[in-house]
Design a protein around this ligand. Sequence first.
Ligand SMILES: O[C@H]1[C@H](O)[C@@H](O)[C@H](O)[C@@H](O)[C@H]1O
Ligand SMILES: [Fe+2]
Ligand SMILES: [Fe+2]
Length: 318
Amino acid sequence: MTVCIDNSLPGDSQVVENKNYCDTGELVLDGGFTVPADTVVSSGGFDAPEINAFGHTFRDYDVESLRNKQVEEFYRMNHINQTYEFVKKMRDEYKKLDKLEMSIWECCELLNEVVDESDPDLDEPQIEHLLQTAEAIRKDYPDEDWLHLTALIHDLGKVLLLPRFGELPQWAVVGDTHPLGCAFDESIVHHKYFKDNPDTNNPAYQTKNGIYEEGCGLENVTISWGHDDYMYLVAKENGTTLPQAGLFIIRYHSFYPLHRCGAYKHLMNEEDVENLKWLQIFNKYDLYSKSKVRVDVEKVKPYYQSLIQKYFPEKLRW
Ligand SMILES: O[C@H]1[C@H](O)[C@@H](O)[C@H](O)[C@@H](O)[C@H]1O
Ligand SMILES: [Fe+2]
Ligand SMILES: [Fe+2]
């Protein structure tokens, strides 16, 4: 069973037996993951709020609320329908990148039309979330411009919900992600719904390593299909010059069972271990910057346009 260290309240650290899924605080995690030694965390550091815009703690999937009923139904559908076969099919289809051409900023604007039904902490249009994450991380890491841009684009894959991109259902686009082809770890949110997933009846997929070899590297692991992997494919195939850590953040930022709970770490290789350090830094901003405080889009747009120009071609294939 996964044990998570909860250090969300300063001076109040405790070891929590996993109840159903992992609900850690922030950077110190199971497995001794820590931030990179040479990372300078600014003294004016980001203050993670204790409660979300709905008055609850972040990522509380158990609290009784109308929103959480919707979120639970989302995960029921997600866990029943995301199978190994389904993911393979989606990857093959979407790596063709034959849907349309547009710039990164055009895509940011499209996200205005998207609301994520899997998220207990946010019901604002997604462009707000992109800018809130990017601005918060920019404040604390002013010199890592690649990290600002990574934050801005990390959720762009949610355009899969729109008609032009195939209008996929919510369960195939948003929410946390997890590997297929090996056992479903108990730290996965609303784990109980996997009982109705066809992969549960395949014994080859139900051992700790399943079809994988220990240390094989996440690159070789099939992860549930959604906005992370899609945006990773878009960035990579369009020849971005973002560093590996940026691509890793985009690809695995919803993989909470790994980056918050330490599950599946036996599948990582050395490169993954290095990249994970940046993902864990990023996650704090992705999660805790969610609020009702709006960012002035027009004011920050020129800065982000300059980063897009630096790391991406003018038009991308989607
Ligand atoms: O509900 C959220 C949301 O969909 C995020 O974009 C995703 O990255 C998280 O993992 C998920 O829990
Ligand atoms: Fe996301
Ligand atoms: Fe996000």
